[in-house]
Design a protein around this ligand. Structure first.
Ligand SMILES: Nc1nc2c(ncn2[C@@H]2O[C@H](COP(=O)(O)OP(=O)(O)OP(=O)(O)O)[C@@H](O)[C@H]2O)c(=O)[nH]1
Ligand SMILES: [Mg+2]
Length: 628
């Protein structure tokens, strides 16, 4: 047996620790610290929505498996993500025994809220360790907690941890070693939890709090001061709007230099290959297929990273739930609660995590509506498409001192948001549900974004993007190049060869459907592979136009080619199309999984397609009438 197999065997039989606690108390940060993994950590409730497993060895060499779980306020689950936690702890999930040890993580600055869950979990009768996490913050605020006394009161080991500091997990590791060997215990049925009334539990919490804490207060003065401004009825929304606006400006202005560098590099390689290689199929595949296609997507990496830089900062400093709070009124107007805000905001990255994050929504109907509108939020895969068309058609001018291109991008994002609100309003109205759930959301204390988290988050994003470029996009580009190159042009052809290829035929067939909204056959070719991933459309346009070039002039840079081949009306129509079109098969399949019904995936595709066509049609014809 090799070493790795030995390790694998030891891990398979290792005791299972479950990290349990209220939302936003630092479970995932602790999980990452223990296992060295990089699960997402952010400063709002409901970041983790799935169970994640990892393993580690204690300082004395004992192996452990560890589970990170969605945060829960109580084990009588109200939301689908809380249900995951309850089922894992109660051993109700197939393939999963109940955990051997429970590590209850509590936010030391918020014991009053957190202790209730600790008392509930204790009734399961499993071996437990209490992690007083965030003791660094508690100390700074002058909160004193007598850990030894707390341990006596609760009859369990209590350790202090700081999950965001290296070495901050040592106390927990020591406690685990002292507990070794772990004797398996069967948990009490979940019903045991409900045996004690909530009032009795609360009374017990108050008694313990009074006995073990000094100077306890769960308010943070600085956060309150900031909130007085940020949540102000007038100043609040203005700040939010300015913030969003600045982000889109930055996406264009900051990205210019690195984008130029990447595209110069890509172009250079293209030139090099075309001068040093003999003309032929291989050169065409490399230059037009791969460099023209993949290169044109790669250029957008800086913009995506800049967008994420801001999203990650907002997530980590604690602003997100405030934004949800500010938008609650607006969302209430369409029958959604502010709680839908976070899934919707996640959808700016990608609709898939957004649809999954809707698990944190309690009301099933609200959850469904949120899922249905999530893909209308502008995901990062649309950014390359928008940026490309904007760069080709919108002059680099300043209007009222701001970049016009950034302004248009801002408008496109808003088009997505407003139409989502419209669709939500329509869906809520047509299902006849008017009741609006009050927004119950904790506002965490602000803190400075953790630089390490930020770096990891950006790195993960870059990796995801480059992986996509290197796998899905590359494969599709090669495939598209092949379909666009064969069969070659017949003798006496008047069009470029791609016109006669398989892809060309397909594009021309689709043109019948899309001509009324201004899309020529070249665009139609790009729409099809764009279904796999939206940004592929950019690569596809790169390849299609590279292959459509006649003569020696080889343009690896797509922007000027588009500017000369399309009318402004077509460009605007394509932008409108991308705001709405259901151009992403993976989202549809996640919708089916999360709703448990394929019907909803079809409904989504149907309504989005109809909206896209209508919006493009109107845009195209209005623009034409205005002479664009
Ligand atoms: N200062 C300080 N911050 C911490 C500590 N532990 C976690 N944090 C921060 O607290 C926030 C929440 O951490 P997470 O690990 O995402 O919390 P979680 O319990 O997994 O939250 P959910 O997944 O939403 O249930 C993040 O912003 C962390 O950086 C700590 O010990 N000290
Ligand atoms: Mg978490």
């Amino acid at each position: 047996m090799g070493v790795t197999e030995q390790v694998a065997q030891a891990v398979a039989h290792a005791p299972m620790i479950a990290l349990l606690g209220n939302p936003n108390c630092g479970k995932t940060a602790l999980f990452n610290r223990l296992t060295g993994s990089r699960q997402k950590v952010a400063n709002y409730a409901g970041v983790t929505i799935e169970r994640k497993e990892g393993h580690f060895a204690s300082p004395q060499g004992h192996p452990y498996r560890v589970l990170d779980l969605p945060g829960a306020y109580s084990l009588s689950a109200h939301t689908p993500d809380e249900a995951i936690t309850r089922d894992v702890v109660g051993g109700l999930r197939a393939n999963d025994g109940s955990p051997d040890v429970i590590v209850c993580v509590v936010d030391a600055t918020n014991l009053r809220l957190n202790l209730r869950l600790v008392l509930e979990i204790q009734r399961l009768g499993l071996p437990m360790i209490l992690c007083l996490n965030m003791v660094d913050v508690a100390k700074k605020r002058g909160i004193e907690i007598d850990t030894a006394k707390l341990a006596r009161e609760l009859h369990m080991t209590v350790v202090e941890t700081v999950a965001v500091q290296s070495g901050g997990e040592k106390g927990l590791l020591r406690a685990l070693d002292e507990m070794w060997p772990v004797v398996p215990v069967k948990p009490q049925p979940l019903a045991a939890i409900d045996a004690v009334s909530v009032e009795d539990t609360q009374r017990e919490v108050r008694r313990i709090l009074a006995a073990v804490t000094k100077n306890y207060h769960n308010t943070d003065e600085l956060s309150e001061k900031i909130d007085n401004v940020v949540l102000h009825p007038v100043a609040g929304p203005v700040i939010l709007a300015v913030l969003m606006f600045l982000i889109f400006q930055a996406v264009f202005t900051w990205a210019a230099v690195p984008m130029d560098m990447i595209s110069a590099g890509v172009e250079g390689i293209g030139q090099l290959l075309s001068t040093h290689m003999a003309e032929g199929v291989l050169r065409s595949l490399l230059v037009e297929g791969i460099i023209g296609g993949v290169g044109s997507v790669l250029v957008f990496l800086p913009q995506i990273l800049i967008l994420f830089f801001f999203i990650l900062i907002l997530e980590d400093c604690g602003y997100l739930p405030r934004a949800a709070f500010l938008l609650d009124r607006l969302m209430g107007g369409v029958g959604l609660s502010g709680r839908a805000f976070i899934p919707l905001l996640s959808s700016f990255a990608c609709a898939i995590p957004g649809v999954m994050a809707a698990r944190t929504i309690q009301n099933p109907r609200d959850r469904l509506v949120t899922i249905m509108i999530a893909p209308l939020m502008t995901c990062s895969a649309r950014l390359p498409v928008y940026a490309l068309v904007i760069a080709a058609f919108i002059p680099e001018r300043e209007v009222w001192g701001v970049s016009l291109q950034g302004l248009i991008l801002f408008a496109l994002y808003f088009a997505g948001i407003f139409s989502a609100m419209g669709v939500a309003w329509f869906m809520k109205r047509s299902t006849g549900s008017k009741a609006k759930q009050a927004l119950m959301m904790e506002l965490p204390s602000y803190h400075w974004p953790n630089l390490r988290n930020l770096a990891i988050g950006l790195w993960e994003r870059a990796k995801i993007f480059l992986m996509r470029v290197g796998t899905v996009i590359l494969t599709l580009m090669v495939l598209l190049w092949a379909l666009s190159s064969f069969p070659g042009a017949p003798a006496g052809a008047t069009h470029p060869p791609i016109y006669y290829s398989i892809a060309g035929m397909l594009g021309r067939a689709l043109e019948v459907v899309f001509a009324p909204i201004g899309f020529g056959w070249e665009i139609c070719i790009a729409l099809v592979p764009g279904m796999a991933a939206r940004e592929v459309a950019v690569g596809a346009l790169g390849t299609v136009y590279a292959l459509s070039q006649t003569g020696d002039e080889l343009a690896t840079s797509l922007t000027p080619v588009l500017a000369s081949s399309w009318s402004l009306a077509t460009a605007l129509s394509l932008l409108a199309w991308y705001v709405f079109a259901p151009q992403c098969l993976s989202t549809l399949s996640v919708v089916r999984r999360e709703t448990g019904d394929v019907k909803y995936a079809f409904m989504m595709a149907g309504y989005m397609f109809a909206l896209a066509y209508a919006a493009s049609f109107i845009t195209y014809h209005v623009a034409r009438t205005l002479g664009a």
